[in-house]
Design a binder for this molecule. Structure first.
Ligand SMILES: CC(C)(COP(=O)(O)OP(=O)(O)OC[C@H]1O[C@@H](n2cnc3c(N)ncnc32)[C@H](O)[C@@H]1OP(=O)(O)O)[C@@H](O)C(=O)NCCC(=O)NCCS
Length: 406
């Protein structure tokens, strides 16, 4: 059987690696035109690939450096892991395992306390210490039934902008957002060409609308309409599908919804991965116009430096707990930590709760409860009184949400 070796990707090898990824994700190899648009978002830095005996790439795992907002509002240096795939004829031989090991070692050596990714399947990344830390909902709003309550979303203006204007103004607008919500991801300059500009300037008919309030532009939405009109069924209009929508204020959020629900010849507005606590039904006179069709995991997080990551976030008001963390890939994280609103430290005190790195990661941004994961046997209880305290310490009032695809 052929062997493989894993190493950092060298300059000039990226396009062949992108082809491996496209194939693994059942896409087409990038055309010259697509590659020209993708290239700035696809640097060699941060990429590890597996190569066969002939030096041909057969697996790729990529990452770029950014910042993630953690509970309390601090923005923590994070490796955003993207572009992971193994060629179909090389799977289940340990290539992903080898690439993840090299990548984690590199992220740790660079001193980044967190890594984060979006997973194509729920069974892949737990073994590498990642846990699903934020969730999103898919919604379908039936437009004929969707009347906004009096006064909702009337404070600002919405304007459609050209693709060229969107490329110009949306990155600056996104940077203005405070990003207080845990899970919010800063978008570095290299993110925009491949993930935004390419979409809005492409031929898939995406439109961009910007909301302005009393302090200027404060929200945007990228959407596409899918025509499904039928003369025999005039009530069936187009489907308006939100690709992404971000707003700095509740007024901007409501104003964007008002706009989307006002577009003519549309029978339903859909959105995927919307924040779990987005109050769409509360905006409407008939809350049943909103159907939640799916809840899916959004961002998976990995605590690369457990002490630094735990110290970076704030905690609810409760007596401290002593956690014992088990980390198979990064054993330097193994040990006991005392965690409370007054601070976090390593400790020699007896552990009250014991958990694996992936379980801790899934609770880190404030979603979920220790008590639920006790039920699932993912938190081992050594002192029963600690469970309720840990729930209060870690859980956040505002649901964590990322909303950035990478
Ligand atoms: C997911 C993927 C990268 C895994 O690569 P791989 O080289 O086959 O993974 P490994 O051989 O290192 O597998 C490690 C372990 O994970 C398991 N595993 C990996 N991918 C799995 C999957 N999709 N479903 C179930 N188990 C999986 C393996 O069975 C193995 O388990 P074991 O250690 O108990 O034997 C590869 O299947 C792939 O490219 N899939 C399509 C693209 C994709 O989904 N990419 C991820 C984007 S986020």
């Amino acid at each position: 059987m052929s062997e493989f070796s894993v190493r950092a990707v060298a300059e000039g090898e990226q396009r062949a690696c992108l082809d491996v990824l496209s194939q693994a994700l059942h896409g087409k190899a990038a055309s010259d035109e697509t590659w020209a648009k993708m290239a700035p978002s696809w640097p060699a830095a941060g990429k590890f690939a597996a190569f066969d005996d002939h030096g041909t790439p057969v697996g790729i795992a990529s990452s770029f450096e950014t910042e993630l907002t953690v509970p309390g509002g601090r923005k923590l240096a994070t490796a955003a892991v993207d572009g992971v795939g193994v060629r179909a004829d090389w799977t289940r031989r340990g290539i992903l395992t080898a690439m993840m090991a090299a990548q984690l070692e590199d992220i740790a050596a660079r001193g980044l306390p967190l890594a984060a990714l979006h997973a194509s399947e729920g069974v892949i990344y737990g073994r590498f210490g990642y846990g699903a830390a934020t969730y999103g909902k898919s919604v379908l709003v039936e437009r004929p039934r969707a009347r906004l309550r009096d006064g909702v979303g009337r404070d600002g203006m919405v304007r459609l902008v050209s693709p060229a204007e969107a490329v110009e103004c949306v990155p600056a607008l996104y940077r203005r957002f405070a990003g207080e919500r845990p899970g919010f991801l800063a978008r570095p300059v290299m993110w925009w060409p491949g993930f935004f500009d390419r979409i809005v300037t492409g031929d898939e008919g995406y439109r961009v609308a910007v909301h302005s309030g009393s302090d200027g532009d404060d929200g945007f939405v990228v959407y596409q309409t899918i025509d499904q009109r039928d003369r025999q069924a005039p009530e069936r209009g187009a489907l308006l599908d939100i690709r992404e929508m971000h707003a700095a204020t509740p007024g901007a959020q409501a104003g964007l919804w008002r706009f989307l629900l006002s577009v003519d010849l549309v029978s339903a507005v859909t959105g995927r991965g919307r924040p779990m606590d987005e109050p769409i039904a509360a905006l409407l006179t008939d809350p049943r116009a909103v159907n939640t069709t799916e809840v899916i995991d959004d961002l998976w997080v990995r605590l690369v430096d457990v002490l630094a990551a735990l110290r970076a976030r704030t905690y609810g008001t409760a007596e401290p707990v002593v956690l014992e963390v088990l980390d198979r890939q990064l054993p330097g994280n193994n040990g006991r930590y005392v965690v409370g609103p007054g601070g976090v430290d390593r400790t020699t005190a007896d552990a009250e709760l014991r958990l694996d790195a992936d379980t801790l990661a899934s609770l880190y941004l404030g979603d979920g409860l220790f008590s639920d994961l006790v039920t699932a046997h993912r938190v081992e209880v050594l002192d029963a009184a600690a469970v309720a305290r840990a729930d209060v310490l870690f859980h956040t009032a505002r649901a964590p949400w990322c909303g950035t695809f990478f």
